[in-house]
Design a protein around this ligand. Structure first.
Ligand code: PGA
Ligand code: ZN
Length: 416
């Protein structure tokens, strides 16, 4: 039984406030109390169709305060959930949705709702003396995802001149995540040396990847491939490493639908030109996946791109699907993409996150558990990635505590 719910305002990795909630449950038979907490992360390149993150506005914290969201948890949500059975996650989530009453969770705030939803699951697991991944995944929680490490940052996550937001490495040939994490960290350090030798900046972006000013996307990939080789690994299809990109092309909106403007390079493309560009990139480099290669509203472009290259590359919908079963369903019926990025805070409850994953799996879409560019030390997504059987997890570079916290949690889960 839930006996206490308490939220507070804390800081995220960008120094902005975010909400964390503590849930206490009491086991009736023993009188034992268990408390767990969860925090909401926050994006920078947020999709237009994400659930609403409630921010206070005004002067405090430059308008980013979350006191209203905190208040909503401590009053309205606490009143509705205290006394309820914490093991009935779907019921708890449904109660919050009903209380919110809006389509986009703008009344209570998706940040408020998510922190409660996740803290309830964690408190339930704790009461049952189980790790979270076992609680959400049961006997099926037996695989560890492949990490996708974002070691070079561009787009909205850095001030450099690259329009593609993320350049990631995947240690697909590693036998375990512990091994894969080591490989990635070694490549990361070789990349740092390469950048230093060329007199380029080794300061890092929001997700811990380097953010140097380099000529273009092609040169970024070449540098990464060189770092992989220098670290003693092979790169290519069927080799030890592959490369993934997150274009975050919803940030490339032009003047009209079907037009793209890349804000840093100043390049312009039509949907068809961008499709040709991606076809070339896929031919030229060992690319495992491209996330948001096209805009969140360019459903027809997504369909055409998937028809053309969907058998060669994984096309990941992040802003396109926003972890929303309704949008994913539309994409599945149209044939848009073949993978979905899973960000629990895009949709706001654990139950809806699980529904999106269930739907994706049923239709053969790969699932990628994901952090946000604004994170906390909370490691819930590491457990969810194992518990919900994600194929991959992206949680930044092997650098910055809020990123390594998740990788380190996966090392511990693997050992257990
Ligand atoms: P965000 O970026 O958290 O800033 O939205 C992550 C992503 O686009 O995958
Ligand atoms: Zn993305």
């Amino acid at each position: 039984t839930i006996t206490r719910i308490h939220a507070r305002e804390i800081l995220d990795s960008r120094g902005n406030p975010t909400i964390e909630t503590e849930v206490t449950v009491e086991t009736e038979t023993t009188g034992k109390k268990s408390t767990a907490r969860a925090a909401a992360p926050s994006g920078a390149s947020t999709g237009e169709f994400e659930a609403i993150e409630l921010r206070d506005g005004g002067e405090r914290y430059g308008g980013n305060g979350v006191q209203q969201a905190v208040e909503n948890v401590n009053t309205r949500i606490a009143k509705a959930l205290i006394g309820r059975n914490v093991l009935r996650q779907e019921n708890l989530d449904a109660l919050m949705l009903e209380l919110d009453g809006t389509e986009n969770k703008g009344s209570l705030g998706a940040n408020a709702i998510l922190s409660v939803s996740l803290a309830c699951a964690k408190a339930a697991a704790k009461a049952l003396q189980m790790p979270l991944y076992r609680y959400v995944g049961g006997v099926n929680a037996v695989t560890i995802p492949v990490p996708m490490m974002n070691i070079l940052n561009g787009g909205a996550h850095s001030d450099n001149n690259l329009d593609v937001q993320e350049f990631m490495i995947l240690p697909i040939g590693a036998d375990s995540i512990t091994e894969g994490i080591r490989w990635c960290a070694e490549v990361y350090h070789h990349l740092k040396k390469l950048l230093k030798n060329r007199g380029l900046s080794v300061a890092v972006g929001d997700e811990g990847g380097f953010a140097p000013n380099i000529a273009n996307e092609e040169e970024a990939i070449q540098l990464i491939m060189e770092a992989i080789t220098k670290a003693g690994y092979s790169c290519g299809r069927g080799k030890q490493f592959m490369i993934s990109l997150d274009a975050a092309a919803s940030e490339w909106k032009g003047n009209a639908p079907g037009e793209y403007y890349l804000p840093k390079s100043g390049k312009r493309y039509t949907t068809d030109e961008l499709i040709v560009h991606w076809e070339k990139m896929i031919r030229r480099f060992p690319i495992y996946s491209i996330e948001d290669p096209l805009d969140e509203e360019d459903w027809d472009g997504w369909k055409r791109l998937t028809e053309k290259v969907g058998d060669k590359v994984i096309l990941v919908g992040d802003d396109l699907f926003v972890t929303n079963p309704v949008r994913l369903n539309k994409g599945i019926s149209m044939g848009c993409g073949n993978a979905i990025l899973i960000k629990p805070n895009q949709i706001g409850t654990l139950s809806e996150t699980m529904e999106a994953i269930r739907m994706a799996k049923e239709h053969g879409y790969e699932t990628i558990m994901s952090h946000r560019s604004g994170e906390t030390e909370d490691t819930t997504i590491a457990d969810l990635s194992v518990g919900l059987g994600s194929d991959l997890i992206k949680t930044g570079a092997p650098c910055r505590g809020e990123r390594t916290a998740k990788y380190n949690r996966l090392i511990r889960i693997e050992e257990s």
